[in-house]
Design a binder for this molecule. Structure first.
Ligand code: FMN
Length: 161
């Protein structure tokens, strides 16, 4: 994945070097601007077995700030925010590769450096007894749960570094 581009960022930002599960690295630019979850909408994506995006709905495009063309074929980790602990995604992948649904609170990084919180449910899609793809459907998280998870993830991040 390409490094994030200063020209895309709205306002002040800090720079972080992210190392992904596959060993690749990318510089991400992060601002403190939160985009509130849009009322009454579901943010939906589908990936292949490697977590590469194969479908996104309009709410996903609007919230991520990338075009659909930029998203399809990109790894889902294009949205990974440096405040998210590795443990959350390890738990996600362990659960869904075992064929079970996973639910969790996720802070996502937008193309413009801002962020948004979601309550995500990731479902393995099974055809003829085999997992063939994954779908994630997100809803608006409560403020209380967001604050609880922001604190928990800060603690997990400290333990991971
Ligand atoms: C269906 C599905 C949806 C996902 N949604 C997100 C997401 O919204 N944000 C995110 O950072 N990672 C999401 N992931 C996890 C990423 O694939 C990836 O594990 C994560 O961003 C951490 O990157 P890394 O595993 O390369 O270190 C999703 C995975 C799947 C299978």
């Amino acid at each position: 994945m390409q490094d994030m581009c200063p020209g895309d960022i709205a306002g002040n930002y800090t720079e972080h070097r992210l190392r992904y599960f596959d060993g690749s690295q990318r510089t991400v630019l992060v601002s403190e601007t939160e985009t509130p979850y849009p009322e009454g909408r579901l943010i939906v994506s589908r990936t292949d077995l490697e977590g590469v995006l194969t479908h996104v709905n309009q709410s996903f495009v609007d919230m991520a700030g990338y075009t659909e063309q930029e998203l399809i074929g990109a790894p889902h980790s294009i949205l990974r925010h440096p405040d998210m602990p590795k443990a959350a995604f390890a738990d996600l992948w362990q659960t869904v590769t075992a064929g079970k649904p996973w639910q969790g609170y996720v802070k996502n990084l937008r193309k413009d450096g801002g962020y948004y919180w979601v309550l995500a449910t990731v479902i393995p899609n099974v055809r003829e007894g085999r997992v063939v793809s994954y779908t994630s459907v997100r809803r608006k998280p409560s403020r209380g749960k967001v604050e609880e998870h922001a604190a928990l993830y800060r603690k997990l991040r400290r333990e991971e570094s």
